[in-house]
Design a protein around this ligand. Structure first.
Ligand code: ZN
Length: 377
């Protein structure tokens, strides 16, 4: 360390001091003393000393600075302008808190604090029962949810042909639009049927829904299919698929799928994962509540929803794990008794069949024409 006891004349720099806002500026000379910046403002005036540790600068002092504008905690309201690149460089060495790097760290600390606050909020939300995954799902842009949906659907239906018989597609569109009338906002739903013997229905992100041929075959009335479809729309409205993926693979991997467009590596099974995770009882109840609202707004009887799930649950109980095509998914649903109570608690309202006879026939035959997976858009 060089001795600062007697500063050389050469290190003196021109300075301008303002005691407080509005007071006249005083010119003088400043130099770097052993403990602080010292400055004289003409003869007869006492020398001021602003200690290094108490200094602040209006702007961080960068390596190429040619002057500095200082304040001190010891002299509130006062400011000191000092000219000279050499002065600025030497001051940076003695009062590192004034450097650009220190300012950068201070700014970074701000982000760290912000992150910590966010993390605390997420924990608080979690503790109070609000799902952080769902909160994240809610802020995903629509286009991102669509892409996540495309990837999920592709991965989930791998190896199965999409059913595209025009009359069936038209019937399904009519049913979907009828149910969508009861939606709170204009949420577009996109329903696809696959030639797949497994009896199932899935909601994937972006309002996309997958129905299987196995499910259509097992439906005895159009009201039953409408009930299942309305239930899946309920999952879609609540963004359950989006939240399940974020919870299952993490936000980072979810964004990777969205931005990459195709699942890579361990993410290839995102659809399978979504199919196997199942939803919590609470999510199922939420989906049912929406389903009942949608059915009512569409003047479709809610009885189909109850009947279908009761029959399927009975089948499942009879066949157990040997159930053909796998009924596993239905196990995560509320017990049929609970759903039956929910359905019977509904007040009667005028209802007509979900589809007329010819549309129902067309929907049941939708797999007459199929599209191979590689032709799919
Ligand atoms: Zn469900």
């Amino acid at each position: 360390m060089p001795s600062d006891a007697a500063p050389e004349k050469g290190s003196q720099s021109y300075c301008r001091f303002v005691a407080s806002r509005g007071s006249p500026p005083l010119d003088g000379t400043a130099f770097l003393g052993p403990a602080g910046v010292e400055f004289d403002l003409g003869s007869g005036q006492p020398r001021h000393i602003w200690s290094y540790g108490r200094l602040r600068s209006e702007e961080p002092i960068r390596t190429n600075a040619i002057d500095v504008l200082l304040t001190s905690k010891d002299a509130p309201g006062a400011s000191l302008f000092v000219q000279g690149a050499r002065f600025a460089a030497d001051l940076r060495a003695r009062a590192p808190q004034l450097s650009a790097r220190a300012a950068w760290l201070r700014e970074k600390r701000f982000w760290f604090v912000l992150l910590a606050v966010l993390a605390a909020l997420v924990v608080a939300a979690y503790m109070s029962g609000i799902s952080p995954a769902k909160s994240i799902a809610q802020v995903l842009p629509d286009g991102w949810r669509q892409r996540l949906g495309n990837v999920s659907r592709e991965s989930m239906t791998e190896g199965h042909k999409e059913c595209i018989d025009p009359a069936g597609v038209a019937a399904l569109k009519r049913l979907t639009e009828r149910l969508a009338k009861g939606l709170p906002a204009k949420v577009p739903f996109d329903v696809h049927v696959y030639d797949w013997p497994l009896m199932n229905a899935f909601a994937v992100p972006g309002g996309q829904i997958i129905l299987t041929k196995g499910l259509l075959d097992k439906s005895q009335t159009p009201d039953e299919t409408a009930g299942v479809l309305a239930h899946e729309m309920g999952h879609g409205i609540e963004l359950h698929p989006e939240a399940a993926i974020i919870r299952g693979v993490g936000l980072g991997a979810t964004l990777e799928i969205i931005l990459g467009g195709t699942p890579g590596g361990g993410l290839a099974n995102v659809g399978l994962m979504l199919a196997q995770l199942g939803y919590s009882r609470r999510s199922e109840r939420e989906a049912d509540t929406h389903a009942l609202e949608l059915l009512k707004a569409a003047n479709i009887s809610p009885k189909g929803l109850g009947e279908f799930f009761s029959r399927v649950t009975k089948l499942e109980a009879e066949h157990g794990d040997k159930a053909p095509g796998g009924f596993r998914w239905f196990r995560t649903h509320p017990p049929p008794a609970e759903r039956a109570r929910l359905v019977s608690a509904q007040q009667d309202y005028p209802a007509t069949p979900a589809l007329d006879a010819s549309d129902w026939e067309a929907l049941k035959s939708i797999c007459r024409t199929t599209r191979a997976p590689e032709d799919a858009t």
